[in-house]
Design a protein around this ligand. Structure first.
Ligand SMILES: [Zn+2]
Length: 180
């Protein structure tokens, strides 16, 4: 018995009616970057099916160097394997989703951040960079950060959204744009 036991039983149920999705570009042509918070799972909030969207989750749903690297690689892979399958000259849209009541919001407070640095050994700058105090502000900053990255493919567009924990609604802050 582990804490996984009841979840493994759910997996048994799942596998009974499972149909594998073929290897291919994400059917919705969407790549979601969002927070690891267990209340904001995009498969649930956006009704995603298997094979529909790539999802990267980290603290805050922030655009870090590691996230940019993954997006750059996926764009390369999509073009090599499936180039020409989507609309001309587009691969996918990266939808960055930040949310209200984010646990990283505490890191915007310098006192809390310093204590967290001492307790975890993580660099204070890294903790500060993951803070989402106002999701409307941080999602705009991250859309700009990704759009201005030299690693971003010109065939990838970027949009910004905020998920409201209280209402369950996702609102678009910035419509999809391609890099200049
Ligand atoms: Zn969060």
């Amino acid at each position: 018995m582990t804490r996984m036991t009841p979840l493994l039983e759910r997996n048994e149920q799942f596998a009974r009616t499972y149909t594998p999705a073929p290897l291919g570009p994400p059917a919705a042509q969407v790549f979601i970057v969002t927070c690891l918070d267990h209340r904001v799972d995009p498969a649930i909030t956006l009704g995603l099916q298997l094979g529909e969207a790539v999802v990267i989750r980290n603290a805050g749903g922030r655009i870090t160097q590691a996230v940019i690297a993954d997006i750059a690689y996926l764009a390369y892979l999509a073009e090599q394997l499936f180039g020409g399958q989507g609309p001309a000259d587009t691969l996918f849209e990266v939808a960055i989703v930040h949310h209200t009541q984010c646990g990283t919001g505490f890191l915007a407070d310098p006192g809390f951040r310093q204590l967290a640095t001492e307790a975890t050994g993580l660099p204070e700058a890294a903790l500060e960079a993951s803070a989402v105090a106002d999701p409307h502000t941080t999602v705009k900053a991250d859309v700009e950060r990704l759009l201005t990255s030299p690693l971003l493919s010109s065939k990838v567009s970027v949009s910004g959204h905020v998920y409201d924990i209280t209402t369950g609604h996702l609102t678009t802050t910035l419509d999809a744009r391609f890099p200049q």
